[in-house]
Design a protein around this ligand. Structure first.
Ligand code: ATP
Length: 252
């Protein structure tokens, strides 16, 4: 029997004033799957991510993470369940070192929740927290930057720092919002490598990406959105040959 999907997006709709940003979108992310969400500007991808990660409430529809409904939860509650995300615009705190920025990923997980003691985050010594941060940095091969400030590290490394911050909380599902945007070829290769290693750890991945080659290289399945609707879903090879997708996304 097929396993329960890790994420189930079911008939989600969301309007802003008169604009229907999402119109009845449904799809699943299977366990240990890398799924990409693509579509032209304004298709509704970020809005959907914001709904999945608890920043927006949908007007209708449901989001399920295994057997839990997410649509009424707040972002920190999602982190506790095992879902973390990165943002399109890198969000590092300029006055903190790279290691401290990564430790923020643990704070969010432990600080605001009544279950924090059960999770053991606050009861751990700072040393134990730092060990987790160090492990996460080593995993992403950025340990040499631990004591640097964000202004002192290259753009591609900042992206990996964001990934490390999302990974330090040991998520089951990670949401990546345009992880390859603005990266050069070498940085993109490093990112791809990092994504595969995250996946090898058993983490499921949902990512928004504009770079179709990147999507074809790393995803098992692709959902295509246009004007708030899902217009196609399938293997990368199927998607890139789909007439509706070529028309909407690749510009004919
Ligand atoms: N907070 C908001 N208030 C009003 N309108 C919004 C808001 N967020 C998104 N929209 C609108 O919803 C629609 C979908 O936007 P969204 O940012 O989700 O698309 P996208 O696919 O992520 O685009 P991009 O690839 O440019 O990031 C757009 O018409 C956008 O202007």
């Amino acid at each position: 029997m097929e396993k329960t999907p890790i994420l189930r997006v079911s008939n989600i709709s969301k309007s802003f004033g008169g604009i229907k940003a999402i119109d009845g979108v449904s799809f699943d992310v299977k366990q240990k799957q890398i799924k990409a969400l693509i579509g032209p500007n304004g298709a509704g991808k970020t809005t959907l991510f914001n709904i999945i990660s608890g920043l927006y409430r949908p007007d209708s529809g449901e989001v399920w993470f295994l057997d839990k409904q997410l649509t009424k939860l707040k972002p920190f509650e999602l982190a506790l369940l095992g879902i973390t995300r990165t943002f399109q615009n890198i969000r590092l705190v300029d006055s903190l070192t790279i290691a401290e920025n990564i430790a923020v990923g643990l704070h969010t997980k432990g600080e605001f929740n009544p279950l924090k003691v059960a999770f053991g985050i606050v009861s751990k010594s700072e040393k134990a927290i730092f060990e987790r941060v160090e492990r996460s940095m080593r995993f992403l091969k950025i340990e040499d930057y631990a004591y640097k400030m964000p202004s002192e590290v290259p753009f591609g490394v900042k992206r990996l720092v964001e990934l490390a911050r999302a990974m330090v909380a040991e998520p089951k599902l990670i949401l990546l919002d345009e992880p390859a945007a603005g990266l050069n070829e070498t940085e993109t290769d490093k990112l791809l490598n990092a994504i595969f290693r995250i996946w090898e750890r058993g983490v499921s991945i949902l990512l928004i990406e504009h770079d179709i080659e990147f999507v074809a290289n790393c995803s098992h399945s692709v959902v295509v959105m246009d004007s708030g609707r899902k217009i196609a879903e399938g293997l990368p090879s199927e998607i890139t040959n789909d007439d509706r997708v070529i028309k909407a996304y690749l510009g004919g």
